[in-house]
Design a protein around this ligand. Structure first.
Ligand code: SIN
Length: 285
C-alpha cells in the first residue's frame, strides 16, 4: 500500500500522500483513503493531474454522483459543477459556512473538489468539524438539541426570490435554475453519522431555516448561536490550494467556507457532489 495519512489540524482534516489518481488507485489504497475520510472529515491530496473523465471515474468509486441543480456545469460534463470566479467578479460561490445540499431529504454525503486554476495568494477553503462542535456543547445543550429537528430549504438561497445584493449580481451565469429551488427537508439537529456512528451538529447558516415546531423568529437566536459555535477557530482547518489539489469532504461531519479574498485573480474548481442518504438522530426523537 502506498497511501500515507497525516493529520492536517487538531480537529479536522488529513493530508493524503502517495496517491496518483490518474495512474489508478488500487482497492487497498482506496480503502485507506476512504477510512481517512471517515476518520478526519475532510482529506486533501496535492499534485493530481486528472481529466474530467478521471474525476468522474474516481467519484463513482465513492457513491453515485448527485448533479447539483444550481451550479453551472463544466462544458461537455453535466455531472461536474463549475466553481468559477473571474478577476473583477465580486461574489464567489460558497463564501459562508455551510453544508452542501442539506435542503435535500437525502443530503449529499460529500464533494470532491479539484483545483484547475488558483490565485497566487488567497482563495483558501476552511473546514470546521461538526463532531468537535457537538462535543464542545454542554450536557444540557446536547440533551435539548438531541431531541430537536430543523427545517432546511433551498428556496431562499437559490430560488427566484433569493436576495442577491446589487453589487454582486455578477453571479448570473454561474448559478441558475431558480425554478428548481423547491426542496425543503427536515433533519435531526444532532445526527448520528451514517459511517462513523458519531454525533455531529447538523445546522448551517445557508440552508437551515427554523427548528421543527418553532417559528423562524423563535429559531433565529439559537440558530445564530449554533452557527457561531459551529465555526469556532479550534474546530477548523484552513486549506491552501495549489493547482492540482483535491479536497474530499464529508458534509455530515464538516461545514466549509470558501474565502473570498482574491478580487483580481482567477480561480476555477471542478466539483462533483456525491449522493448521500437520509439522516438519523443521534438520540431518538
Ligand atoms: C463550495 O462551497 O463547494 C465551494 C468551495 C470552494 O470553492 O472552495
Amino acid at each position: 500500500m502506498s497511501v500515507s495519512v497525516t493529520p492536517a489540524g487538531p480537529a479536522v482534516g488529513a493530508i493524503i500522500d502517495g496517491v496518483d489518481i490518474a495512474a489508478g488507485v488500487g482497492d487497498e489504497d482506496f480503502a485507506a483513503i476512504r477510512q481517512a475520510y471517515i476518520d478526519f472529515g475532510v482529506i486533501f491530496l496535492h499534485g493530481q493531474d486528472i481529466t474530467p473523465e478521471q474525476h468522474i471515474e474516481f467519484a463513482e468509486r465513492w457513491s453515485e454522483i448527485n448533479v447539483n441543480r444550481f451550479f453551472q456545469a463544466v462544458d461537455g460534463h453535466s455531472r461536474i459543477a463549475e466553481v468559477r470566479k473571474e478577476p473583477g467578479q465580486k461574489r464567489n460561490i460558497g463564501s459562508n459556512w455551510h453544508t452542501d445540499h442539506s435542503y435535500d431529504n437525502e443530503p449529499a454525503m460529500g464533494s470532491i473538489l479539484y483545483a484547475r486554476d488558483v490565485p497566487d495568494i488567497g482563495g483558501d477553503t476552511m473546514f470546521a468539524s461538526q463532531y468537535a462542535a457537538y462535543e464542545a456543547l454542554s450536557d444540557g445543550m446536547k440533551e435539548t438539541l438531541g431531541r430537536m429537528w430543523a427545517h432546511h430549504s433551498s428556496r431562499h438561497a437559490f430560488g427566484a426570490l433569493a436576495y442577491v445584493p446589487p453589487e454582486t449580481v455578477d453571479v448570473v451565469g454561474r448559478l441558475g435554475n431558480p425554478e428548481l429551488a423547491t426542496q425543503d427537508s427536515l433533519h435531526p439537529v444532532i445526527i448520528k453519522h451514517p459511517l462513523s456512528g458519531r454525533p455531529a451538529l447538523y445546522v448551517n447558516g445557508d440552508f437551515t431555516v427554523r427548528f421543527d415546531g418553532w417559528t423562524p423568529a423563535e429559531s433565529e437566536p439559537l440558530l445564530q448561536q449554533l452557527y457561531a459555535h459551529a465555526s469556532r477557530p479550534e474546530f477548523t482547518y484552513r486549506f491552501a490550494w495549489k493547482k492540482g489539489s483535491m479536497a474530499i469532504w464529508d458534509n455530515r461531519a464538516v461545514q466549509h467556507n470558501a474565502i473570498n479574498d482574491y478580487p483580481d485573480q482567477f480561480r476555477l474548481m471542478h466539483r462533483i457532489t456525491l449522493e448521500g442518504e437520509s439522516l438519523e438522530p443521534f438520540v431518538g426523537r
